[in-house]
Ligand binder design. Structure first.
Ligand code: FAD
Length: 472
């Protein structure tokens, strides 16, 4: 395909700016239209969460565009989950038994700014801010924009339009409203929403609690989490039902009730958050949902990518990573030298859709795991056993979490299928014998367990028993 073609990207968020960078590197003429002001010049929140968990699939994309080291400088490694119980006791549960496997906390704004800087280094990439896409005519390959600066509207045409305009995508809406082809679309909201809070640094700029972990206060029906920032603060997120339970977003209406709720449920966190009430009433409460749709493309004219094609709930820390992986997968399809854009879009969607559906389902499973199961003794036994297996047999065993998060060469669908079968095999093993003393086991004993897990996993996979199997 001719490299001189004009590609129009809608949305310069995480996915759009990475895509612009990669397509710019490949020599296409790229124009990006973003509805918000330039976040490098105006002090705006980068939207949604302030920081995110960044892991291997996302990093693979950074390697592809050659900015791995620059991104690393923005990262804070998180080796495991630091679980906080109601009494204020904590324990650290590592994400993996292999030392080199950890996730990172990264600033959304910092990463987005870096990607924009890198994309703009290419003369063939132009980025326009304050231009909101109102609709897309996918038959004519044109997009209608509102210019927030001049208050006027204008139409842009291109050879190809790729929408990376997030969960509320304007182009997806155009697909849906036009009713010109069979377009399937579902949007499932959780009954829980989220609110961002903060733990500020000490007066000397230090972290008030352990820096290198993702902190979780699991409380069954709701939870609090915290991820570190480079300035010594933590971004704290409360996930809570809108209207169920004794405390919910609808009834946390006064400073007294909010303080009472935190005093009762998260007393150790409250001690670190003298700013709680201010944050709670200044910051919005937002909804969480899963978007699935198909097809993502209309002929060879338009394509949805990132959250616009597959928004997921944040509990596996994979939404951004999956959106970055979209770019890697798309790039690999471009390498195939197919005859036209329609063939590229079809080939890309044919493999990618199954994987993004898988991570969407895994993310819902992990919602229950994080708010509830991590505090459950059976789950803790399972994690201990998995850690011991990973430590002792690093080349032979990877937990489902590791398959999803650290094995970027295995696609999400395979990680889900194999991971769920393994979970079932391990739970059966725990039910059969007391393995509470994993730490005292010899390597030989662990080897016997490993072989049993492998055999049973294989049997489960072959018998297709995993249908409907969820996380433990
Ligand atoms: P977005 O980041 O939403 O970017 C879309 C861009 O398009 C924005 O810049 C927006 O302003 C622009 N735009 C929107 N509409 C228009 C329009 N009509 N015209 C022009 N421009 C438009 N993922 C992880 O991997 N790890 C995590 O830890 C994690 N935590 C999360 C926590 C929360 C609370 C939430 C809500 C999400 C989290 N995610 C996480 C998911 C992650 O935020 C998304 O998957 C990721 O931002 C998707 O990137 P995107 O570029 O597709 O969409």
């Amino acid at each position: 395909m001719n490299k001189q073609q004009n590609i129009l990207i809608i949305g310069a968020g995480l996915c759009g700016s990475l895509l612009a960078l990669r397509l710019g590197q490949r020599g296409y003429n790229v124009s990006v239209y973003e509805m918000r002001p330039d976040l490098r010049k105006v002090d705006i929140s980068a939207g949604r969460s302030i920081n995110l968990a960044f892991s291997d699939r996302g990093n693979k994309a950074m390697k592809l565009v050659g900015i791995e080291d620059k991104v690393k400088a923005l990262c804070i490694p998180m080796n495991g989950r630091m679980i906080h119980d109601k009494e204020g006791h904590t324990f650290l549960s590592n994400y993996s038994g292999r030392d080199h496997e950890y996730i990172n906390s990264i600033s959304r704004g910092g990463l987005n700014a870096l990607l924009l800087d890198e994309a703009e280094k290419h003369k063939n990439v132009s980025i326009y801010f304050n231009k909101k896409c109102k609709s897309v005519d996918f038959k004519k390959t044109t997009a209608l924009f509102k210019d927030y600066e001049t208050k006027s509207e204008f139409i842009e045409d291109a050879d190809v339009i790729i929408a990376t305009d997030g969960a509320g995508s304007a182009m997806r809406k155009s697909y849906y409203l036009a009713k010109k082809f069979l377009f399937s679309f579902s949007q499932d909201y959780l009954t829980h929403g989220y609110k961002e809070l903060s733990i500020l640094p000490t007066k000397t700029g230090d972290y008030k609690t352990y820096k290198n972990a993702l902190h979780i206060w699991p409380r069954g029906r709701f939870m609090l989490i915290a991820l570190p920032n480079l300035d010594g603060s933590f971004t704290v997120t409360l996930f809570l039902s809108y209207n169920e339970g004794a405390y919910n977003f609808n009834n946390l209406t006064t400073p007294e009730i909010v303080s009472e709720f935190f005093q009762k449920e998260f007393p150790d966190a409250l001690q670190l958050m003298p700013n709680l009430i201010e944050d709670f009433f200044n910051n919005p409460t937002a909804a969480l949902g899963t978007v699935k749709c198909s097809p993502w493309h209309y002929k060879g004219n338009t394509l949805l990518m990132g959250d616009s094609a597959h928004a997921i709930v944040p509990f596996y820390g994979q939404g951004m990573n999956a959106s970055f992986e979209d770019v890697v997968e798309f790039d690999a399809v471009l390498d195939q030298g197919l005859e036209n854009w329609e063939a590229v879009f079809k080939t890309y969607e044919a493999t990618r859709k199954r994987d993004t559906d898988a991570i969407a389902d895994l993310a819902i499973d992990n919602f229950h795991e994080m708010k509830d199961h991590v505090a459950n003794p059976i789950f803790q036994k399972k994690r201990k056993l998995e850690m011991a297996l990973e430590e002792n047999f690093p080349d032979e065993y990877s937990s489902k979490y590791s398959l999803v998060t650290f094995n970027e060469d295995i696609n999400y669908h395979e990680a889900m299928t194999r991971g769920r079968a393994q979970d079932k095999a391990i739970l059966n093993m725990i039910a059969d014998r007391d393995i509470s003393s994993t730490f005292d086991m010899t390597k030989e004993e662990l080897k016997i367990i490993l072989e049993k897990v492998k055999t049973e996993t294989q049997e489960i996979l072959e018998e297709g028993k995993i249908i409907g199997l969820k996380n433990c």
